[in-house]
Ligand binder design. Structure first.
Ligand code: PHE
Length: 454
């Protein structure tokens, strides 16, 4: 049998997994959800979910991969023939996410170039964002540019280079985020926003908060879509799973919390107390940050900071898009036995076609609504709020009741590694997660169809 290539050690593993985890989910998606679902209460629910549910599921996925030395489709089948379908369901998730992820990646590319070329003043005006995404051709062009960059990197196998670059980019991104945070939190009027973001208001709690936070946790930690299984299959036996997971979580959650602190208080400052700005959804980052950079004054200073910021976000988005595209490419290669080049081309074309509705849904196709959502929101909903919970639920059933948690606990304790969270792991996988997911899923589906309101 061919020796499976592996990561050099814990640092190598953590960096690669964090490269996949830290992306638009943290910087674009987390802040707008936090704004929409009540600030502090969302944060609290999110962090609780990460350290219980996210922790257990990530340990399970990595251990599953390392135990079977296979990626999702093969791994589930090997553990239990009846669960073969779960591999296929899992594989569908990145196929749905990659296209709309690339649409947002295109927006980031556009903003980077706008700042670079001195159009930052326009970018901070109120209708710039809406005017841009509502067009037919321009967003598709930026989507294609982002898609081609991802495609070339995946095709040429120069992932290595990107990952090396990322080792520098990530720390710079974090330092820059901290600096922008400090700046935006000290703007006049920001304090109200900081309070809103950090202090939980329990009257704002609802099932929707939990559903939103749970979907975000899967998305941000790259869970419930087979990616961590694949990464685990490349992990060495002597690398501690528990320690790696804790580090990835700290990294991933840290960036998300910072991004929120950078954006949410600034919304308070620039909306002049207009709370509806908090509900603006996917556009929040693009509408708010240019105003923050613009207010930095000092001639070109804001422009430089803005350009640098969008460049770093672009890098974070690329590493995530690469891991999504790699996953889909390997599925195509395994299923259709085609060469890598052919698989990359098929995936690229498929991605572009599937991304078109998400892009056009903000303009010429905005009259087409599915369950009251535009295409991008719908794909986001179906993957994060429906498919990922289903995959996570079935994974818990498989691990908790079919193969039993002991197999994976042994895997996590390989070579004498300590596993302090063992008790939590068993409790979450067997009881807490399955019960919560079913309850939340049923209520969310019923509310999407208008049967109940939550
Ligand atoms: N976790 C990534 C993010 O936060 C998104 C992603 C999901 C990447 C799944 C790869 C796989 O942006």
């Amino acid at each position: 049998m061919k020796e499976r290539s592996s990561f050099s050690g814990r640092l190598g593993f953590v960096l690669a997994a964090a490269g996949s985890a830290v992306g638009l989910g943290n910087i674009w998606r987390f802040p707008y959800l936090a704004a929409k679902y009540g600030g502090g209460i969302f944060l609290l629910v999110y962090v609780v979910l990460v350290v219980t549910f996210g922790f257990s599921l990530m340990v399970a996925e990595i251990a599953l991969g390392r135990n079977t030395r296979l990626s999702a489709i093969g791994a589930y089948k090997k553990l239990n023939k009846k669960f073969g379908f779960l591999g296929i369901l899992t594989a569908l998730v990145p196929i749905i996410i990659l296209p709309y992820y690339s649409v947002i990646g295109g927006w980031v590319t556009k903003y980077f170039v706008a700042f670079l070329s001195g159009h930052h003043m326009e970018a901070s005006s109120d209708d710039y964002f809406g005017g841009f995404i509502g067009q037919t051709f321009e967003p598709v062009l930026w989507l294609a540019i982002f898609g081609v960059i991802t495609f070339v990197i995946v095709l040429c196998g120069v992932k290595r280079g990107i990952e090396t670059a990322n080792k520098f980019m990530m720390p710079i991104l974090i330092v820059l985020c901290v600096a922008v945070c400090v700046y935006s939190c000290t703007l006049p009027g920001a304090l109200e926003g900081v309070k809103f973001y950090l202090i939980p208001d329990f009257s704002r709690f609802s099932i929707n908060t939990v559903l939103g936070a749970m979907g975000q946790m899967f998305y941000s930690m790259s869970l419930a879509m087979g990616i961590m299984i694949t990464y685990g299959s490349y992990m060495k036996k002597e690398t501690s799973i528990e320690k790696s997971v804790s580090q990835i979580e700290i990294f991933d959650t840290g960036v998300a919390l910072l991004a929120g602190l950078m954006i949410v208080p600034a919304v308070f400052v620039f909306s002049g107390g207009d709370q509806s700005a908090m509900q603006s959804g996917p556009g929040l980052m693009f509408q708010t940050l240019p105003k923050v950079f613009d207010s930095m004054g000092g001639g070109q200073f804001g422009q430089i900071v803005g350009a640098l910021f969008f460049l770093l976000v672009l890098f974070a988005a690329l590493t995530s898009a690469i891991s999504l595209m790699e996953t889909v490419v390997s599925i195509v290669i395994d299923k259709f036995h085609v060469k890598r080049v052919a698989a990359c081309i098929i995936v690229f074309i498929g991605m572009m076609l599937l991304a078109l509705p998400s892009s056009l849904g903000n303009g010429v196709w905005s009259h087409i609504q599915i369950l009251g959502m535009d295409f991008l929101t719908f794909f986001d909903f179906i993957s994060n709020s429906v498919m990922m919970p289903v995959v996570a639920f079935l994974t818990c059933i498989l691990v908790g009741y079919v193969i039993r948690p002991d197999t994976l606990i042994e895997e996590a304790q390989a070579e004498g590694a300590p596993f302090g969270g063992k008790g939590l792991f068993v409790f979450v996988i067997k009881y807490l997660a399955p019960v919560c997911i079913v309850a939340i899923l049923i209520s969310s589906v019923l509310s999407a169809f208008g049967v109940i309101s939550i």
